[in-house]
Design a protein around this ligand. Structure first.
Ligand SMILES: O=C(O)CCC(=O)C(=O)O
Ligand SMILES: [Fe+2]
Length: 339
């Protein structure tokens, strides 16, 4: 059983002497395990520390301050979700979180047949008097991580012998992404064991920063393995969109978080690079050699993907945040439940 997880150094892509080896390694790792640590990402450690500090400070706000930002106030599915309010695989997740997307105005004149455009809009921010640096820190971090994610996306494409810009339609402006700040409260109760249930990320790719506590696990051919913290490295999860676009050559891995049992809560910060709301599932024409190595997409039969990517993102939000869905989109929610 392999428990030494791969580490990819992104800075090697900029070194002409190492590029070829870098792409070879990336091509193999992404197919075999779909999951790795990213180092050499170039993000200033001070920026990471500042983001972690703001995230912890956010969760120390009072319940009343956090609930003032509850997602039920946001038709865009932004804001605070308390522990056990989010559902994964029909079970509540024992984590609290705040979701912060691209800070943009609401989309005007949304046609009835494109309800996913409601996902664009403003965020819910803590009061500046409570957390004066929060908003600027978050927006700067989103921007930095977006650039790293796009650099990595383009590296994947070159590794697969595609033009680096082959998926640029997906990441065209206005940007679509999500930053999720998460706290997993420690608990030894069996009923709290699901920090977040097993899932694939539905986006393009995810850059995850976890603290020193541990609890992240990834499913492999040999069962679940731990993904221990590696300081200042991002854990990369390939999202379902890249899995589909490459006919399963790139694997979207299944992962979960087990609630910490000791005294210490776990904090993580996940950046999701998501597709433009009006884009469609892309298809890359891989070489015959790579096509033969592709494993085929492992779409979940209980949750088929729509070709319209905005519809997909909307469906995933509707399923995860039932109270918000019922409040703002009862019809769409009823349709999703029947599908
Ligand atoms: O908190 C983590 O380490 C993982 C979170 C995650 O997988 C998610 O929110 O999609
Ligand atoms: Fe995830």
């Amino acid at each position: 059983m392999q428990n030494q997880l791969p580490v990819i150094n992104l800075s090697r892509v900029d070194d002409p002497n190492q590029q070829a080896d870098f792409y070879r390694e990336l091509r193999q790792t992404a197919r075999d395990i779909g999951f790795f640590y990213l180092v050499g990402h170039g993000v200033d450690i001070a920026q990471i520390r500042a983001m972690e500090c703001e995230a912890r400070a956010f969760f120390q706000l009072s319940a009343a301050q956090k609930n003032a930002l509850a997602m039920e106030h946001s038709p865009q599915f932004r804001g605070y979700t308390g522990a056990k309010e989010e559902i994964t695989r029909n079970q509540p997740d024992n984590r609290e979180q705040i979701d912060i997307g691209a800070e943009l105005p609401v989309w005007e004149n949304i046609p009835d047949d494109a309800p996913w455009l409601h996902l664009q809009g403003p965020n819910l921010w803590p009061q500046a008097a409570d957390l004066p640096e929060f908003k600027t820190t978050v927006l700067a971090y989103q921007q930095t991580l977006r650039a790293v994610a796009i650099k990595l996306l383009r590296a994947f494409l070159v590794a697969l012998d595609q033009p680096a810009n082959a998926l640029d339609d997906l990441i065209a402006d206005p940007p679509v992404h999500l930053l999720k700040l998460v706290r997993y409260p420690a608990s030894s109760a069996a009923a709290d064991a699901q920090g977040v249930g097993a899932h694939k990320d539905t986006d393009i790719l995810t850059l995850l920063l976890q603290d020193e506590v541990g609890g992240l696990q990834v499913e492999t051919d040999h069962g679940w393995i731990d993904v221990p913290p590696l300081q200042d490295a991002f854990v990369i999860n390939i999202g379902e969109i890249l899995e589909l676009a490459t006919n399963g050559y790139l694997r979207a891995n299944v992962h979960r978080v087990v609630t910490p049992q000791g005294q210490q809560d776990r904090y993580s910060i996940a950046y999701f690079l998501a597709p433009h709301l009006n884009s469609r599932v892309p298809h890359l024409n891989l070489s015959t050699e790579l096509k033969q190595l592709a494993l085929g997409p492992e779409a979940d039969p209980n949750n088929p993907m729509f070709h319209q990517l905005g519809a997909n993102s909307f469906k995933s939000r509707l399923r995860s945040h039932v109270a918000v869905s019922k409040k703002y989109y009862p019809q769409s929610y009823a349709q999703i439940c029947q599908s």
